[in-house]
Design a protein around this ligand. Sequence first.
Ligand code: HEC
Length: 185
Amino acid sequence: MKKAVRMILAATALAAGLSATSAMAQITFRNVTDGSALDLSNARDEGKDTPGVKQFLETGKNPYNSKPACLKKGEELMLTACSACHGHYAEGKIGPSLTDDYWTYPEGKTDEGLFSIVFGGARAQMGPQYLALTLDEMLQVMAWVRHIYHGKVEEAEWMSDEQKKAYKPWSKDDKLEVPAGAECT
Ligand code: HEC
């Protein structure tokens, strides 16, 4: 009897420990239109626990920003998943420009907020993208969106002070150099 009680206690402690670990440091991302918590378990299985995704879910900062290999992939994803509505260079079409400093949802000025819009959608044709893209792909396309930004630097909340100092507005003539063998990780 006593032994059974001890085992139950041990099992309970273990379960509590496990759930504390998985809940630890995870940000609650929220839908920008109604504030409801986004259910990340809707994400596609593929690409949902890459090191980049894990880091992002803990910090809310996109580790793929400014990484050439990720930007290249992000550019391709933008063309297939976003450009029909947002334009070739996300300059705006039936959906707004994503590269100037005007945001319908100011949340988009942080990576956490930009992810929330992409994952959870907004209004009208801006549906949730979690079936179209894996979490890893969302970070890639978000990195590309940041790369082609050419609005005011003061509004670029996602940038560190150093990045702000080095900021040069993107132009169509910029060439993206991807070092041979570079991978997006
Ligand atoms: C079927 C059309 C469609 C597709 C595909 C689409 N969007 Fe949108 N998007 C829209 C529309 C329309 C809005 C405006 C929604 C609103 O105001 O609530 C929007 C809004 C947004 C916003 C908010 C902009 C702001 O000013 O606050 C972001 C960010 C965004 N989209 C990113 C993306 C990205 C990244 C992709 C590709 C992964 C994508 N969208 C794919 C139609 C689309």
